[in-house]
Design a protein around this ligand. Structure first.
Ligand code: ADP
Length: 378
């Protein structure tokens, strides 16, 4: 925005213009009246100019001092009228330039407040009004995106909840109609879907707390190897059952970190669970812990189905699945990594994934800060 286009300078110059017109007219009138021979019927007061008084005939021209007074009075009067006319014209113009955009901005803000997030202003000026209009448009953009995310989330949640419910409903109808035999496998299947529904609701509650920034982590000084060994012990039978080899590579010494043990377990369950889930029988998964000076890195590498490059940047987004149909049959929801990322961030760490592409395995990395070393006693 150039200097002279700023609103404050427009106002300043409009006042200066009125003043200037007044002064110029004053000087010009004074000059003209002083040099012109003064007629007998020349008005001598404001009311004369307004035509209210009929001038009285005078026998002789006015003397020097009187003439000076008449010239001053008339000049002031004419200059005053000229300045008034200029003030009216300039004020009308300037106020139109200010009031009209303000009215439009207030209309747009009202529409936004009513929930019409597509509303935008189209102010074309290049002064402070345009700045304000562009800020309001940015606000509208942000509101529209948030609303879009909210609607998508609602649709996703409804979809995720509907899937197990539809399965349960289908089995129940089959049982009632006698189409499905009341066998233990049928009840196990129904129970499995009910458990999945319960787990999904718990995950959704956790996700909503995390996204609202209300996820509490209660950090204590602990050996990172403890939660790792817990989770590994939990997963061992499943790895054996699915014929996937799990290798552990831990440093011999304790790895002390300030962390919430349950939350660390939750991160590992999500990552190790995925590694198992997406690695076919005969594959390998390796969990490695590498402490360095300021942080410790946990690496979970698998030889599974891998992640195509175009999907890598998105897998931590909520409800994102690389292969939706595959995930649907295998029960994936696309929430696990989003929660893991929130939990890692809550610990001040980083999480990312690498993969050389489909069929070439995937590696997930988590870094967590190490506690500050105690200052050496002197
Ligand atoms: P899901 O419940 O679907 O596993 P996640 O949020 O844990 O949800 O993962 C998101 C997506 O990332 C998965 O649907 C899957 O496509 C991909 N993914 C995660 N971990 C792996 C892995 N180890 N190997 C291949 N793909 C993976």
């Amino acid at each position: 925005m150039t200097f002279f286009r700023q609103l404050r300078w427009k106002l300043f110059f409009s006042h200066m213009l009125i003043l200037g017109i007044g002064v110029i007219v004053l000087i010009a009138t004074a000059f003209f009246l002083a040099s012109a021979p003064l007629a007998m019927e020349t008005p001598t007061s404001v009311s004369d100019v307004l035509g209210q008084n009929v001038p009285a005939p005078s026998a002789s021209p006015p003397a020097g001092q009187e003439r000076f007074q008449i010239v001053v009075e008339q000049s002031l009067l004419i200059a005053g009228f000229a300045a008034l006319a200029a003030a009216v014209v300039v004020s009308l113009y300037v106020s139109r330039r200010i009031v009209e955009p303000l009215q439009e901005l207030s209309l747009v803000s009202r529409r936004l407040a009513q929930g019409y997030y597509r509303e935008r202003t189209a102010i074309q000026s290049d002064d402070e009004m345009a700045d304000l209009a562009s800020s309001i448009n940015q606000l509208a953009d942000a509101l529209e995106k948030t609303e879009q995310r909210r609607l998508t989330l609602l649709a996703d949640v409804a979809h995720e909840l509907r899937t197990p419910l539809t399965t349960i409903e289908g089995y129940m109808e089959g049982l009632i109609d006698g189409v499905i035999a009341p066998e233990p496998e049928t009840f196990t299947l129904i129970q499995h879907e009910a458990t999945r529904l319960k787990w999904l609701i718990q995950e959704l509650a956790l996700l909503s707390r995390a996204e609202a920034g209300q996820l509490r982590v209660e950090c204590k000084l602990l050996d990172l190897k403890a939660p790792i060994l817990n989770v590994v012990a939990q997963f061992r039978p499943q790895f054996t059952a699915q014929e996937v080899t799990l290798n552990l590579d831990l440093p011999p010494e304790p790895v002390m970190i300030n962390a919430d043990s349950d939350r660390i377990e939750q991160i590992l369950i999500n990552l190790l669970g995925n590694a198992l889930h997406y690695t076919p029988p005969g594959g390998h998964v390796r969990l490695r812990v590498m402490p360095s000076d300021y942080f410790v890195q946990i690496e979970i590498r698998d030889t599974g189905i891998g992640i195509p490059a175009e999907h890598l940047p998105h897998i931590f987004e909520r409800f994102y699945r690389v292969d939706k149909s595959r995930a649907r049959t295998s029960g994936g929801t696309g929430i696990g990594l989003t929660i893991a990322r929130h939990l890692v961030y809550a610990h001040g760490g980083e999480i990312w994934a690498e993969s050389e592409g489909a069929g070439r395995g995937a590696t997930f990395f988590v870094t967590l800060p190490l506690p500050e070393p105690l200052p050496l006693a002197v």
